[in-house]
Design a protein around this ligand. Structure first.
Ligand code: SF4
Length: 491
């Protein structure tokens, strides 16, 4: 019989098929954590360790993970010793083995505490806590209160407010608890059989995106989920009405202009360029720069003014078109664990001072520069001038161009290939912003753990990635100008 764990129970509550694959195909590619998820685990571990510091006298059950019996026995001994709190207390009952993050002894009984690196209580925290409360009840431990101890979104480094918030979820857990034995029995029965039939639906995204979506969701360019602006919720609503293809959408349905353009492009199997593209590119005339940022976000912030998971700019790439038609490039990446944002702001102001306009792709850079203004007030004026030069290319693409290859998305990586097929990211090691973010964090905060040759290579990989993002914008702008002049001459 398969022994359930907290995470398996939570997966089983999301979807039986997800649990079946998790148990029967533990080596599935989809289940192997990537760099971003591994970093998330590291952040969670750090948060857990800091949470424990709030319980003086607490004792950790620190035994090898595979030795379940020894961990359960050590927990029983520690409970009997009267310790005020136990960390990683282990219990096995009803076909479930689990470890409780923090079990705090109180006069009334025990408070069961889940330590989370999130900044609020999520639905799966309730499920997670409920299975623990159920197992502890069978093990004879009197739990009188259940809490999630999560990061406080109001906290600001260094030390402004409390890093943690303890939220009482006892009522929600009590409401969920009666369903736990039935769910556990059903999961055990299901796991004895074949992979269950389970249609796709809202549960594929809730409480979190399922890793098996590429297996279960149709790889169909006309599927309703590929319609622009159709998030998971709207796709599932359409599917509930029997609408699975974008061609089944009722004619009277009101859609955003970009979605209507998408339908037209797919119907005519060609790129659609709206009249007016050339005019929309006027804000990008004159000496034009192209700017892209990469940021780091840590669960426990390390630089002034940052909240938990607050984003801090640590890298930029800047291309600028020169009067003779050539391009210059400036790339900058922080070094070491100190706060890099003042130096970044100075370098940025210097690099961009000759530009008339500066293209970005989304409002991300605008938001980060506004934050820099607050952080480095003596540079607020030149940073304000820089803000005044920014022009966002994303709405121009969204409002005037659609190629069937966009597949309902206007992200730069999605639009680049159809519009500039000769430029790819295929030759790069880092090809994704989330990976870049965790790799920057690794380079800045744990460089001592990286061999020197790898450190230099990683630094170069990060510089190359960010540079490609701005060069992609340069090439995209060239293509948009061509399309704009073609559409103007057709009018
Ligand atoms: S994609 Fe959806 S149906 Fe498939 S395993 Fe995941 S949650 Fe279940």
């Amino acid at each position: 019989m398969v022994l359930l764990s907290k995470s398996k129970f939570v997966s089983g509550c999301q979807c039986p098929k997800l649990l079946w694959w998790t148990v029967h195909e533990p080596l599935a590619e989809e289940l192997q954590p990537d760099k971003v998820l591994l970093d998330r685990f590291d952040q969670g571990r750090l948060v857990g360790e800091l949470a424990r510091e709030r319980f003086p006298g607490g004792l950790l059950i620190d035994l090898p993970h595979h030795d379940r019996d020894a961990r359960v026995a050590a927990t029983a001994r520690t409970l009997a010793s009267g310790a005020p709190a136990i960390f990683e207390a282990c219990f096995e009952a009803g076909g479930v083995f689990l470890a409780v993050d923090i079990l705090q002894r109180t006069e009334a009984g025990f408070t069961l505490i889940e330590a989370k690196s999130a900044t609020s209580v999520k639905d799966d925290h309730i499920t997670d806590a409920a299975i623990q409360a159920w197992v502890l009840a069978q093990a004879g431990v009197s739990v009188t209160r259940v809490e999630v101890m999560h990061l406080n979104k109001e906290y600001r480094h260094p030390g402004q407010g409390d890093l943690f918030v303890r939220t009482d979820i006892t009522e929600a857990v009590l409401a969920f608890l009666p369903s736990v034995p039935g769910r556990v029995a059903e999961m055990a029965r299901m796991l004895e059989g074949d992979n269950p039939d389970q249609p796709i639906g809202a549960h594929c995204f809730e409480p979190r995106d399922c890793a098996f979506m590429p297996r279960c969701w149709p790889d169909d360019p006309d599927h309703i989920s590929t319609l622009y602006n159709n998030g998971p919720k709207r796709s599932v609503e359409y599917m509930a009405q029997g609408i699975h293809s974008i061609w089944d959408i009722p004619k009277a349905k009101k859609l955003p202009p970009a979605a209507l353009r998408q339908l037209r492009a797919l119907r005519e199997n060609r790129i659609i360029v709206e009249p007016g593209l050339a005019q929309a590119l006027i804000p990008f005339e004159g000496r034009l720069g192209y700017l892209d940022f990469e940021t780091v976000a840590r669960a426990v912030p390390v630089w002034d003014g940052l909240a938990p998971w607050g984003q801090a700019t640590a890298q930029f790439s800047y291309h600028e078109e020169q009067p003779d038609g050539s391009y210059t490039h400036v790339g900058w990446l922080a070094e070491g664990p100190g706060d890099p944002r003042r130096e970044l702001a100075e370098r940025l102001i210097e690099a961009t001072k000759h530009a008339r306009h500066i293209a970005t792709y989304s409002a991300f850079e605008k938001t980060r520069i506004a934050e820099l203004q607050l952080l480095v007030p003596d540079l607020a004026v030149p940073l304000g001038e820089l803000l005044g030069k920014l022009a966002d290319l994303l709405p121009v693409v969204r409002n005037y161009v659609y190629h069937p290859g966009f597949k309902g998305s206007f992200s730069i990586k999605r639009v680049l290939n159809p519009l500039v097929p000769e430029l790819t990211y295929n030759d790069l090691v880092i090809v994704d912003g989330l990976v870049a973010s965790v790799e920057i964090a690794r380079l800045l905060f744990v460089a001592h753990k990286i061999p020197i040759e790898e450190r230099d290579r990683l630094r170069q990989d990060l510089l190359s990635y960010c540079e490609r993002d701005t060069w992609a914008m340069v090439r995209l702008m060239g293509r948009l100008r061509e399309l704009g002049s073609m559409s103007s001459s057709e009018q």
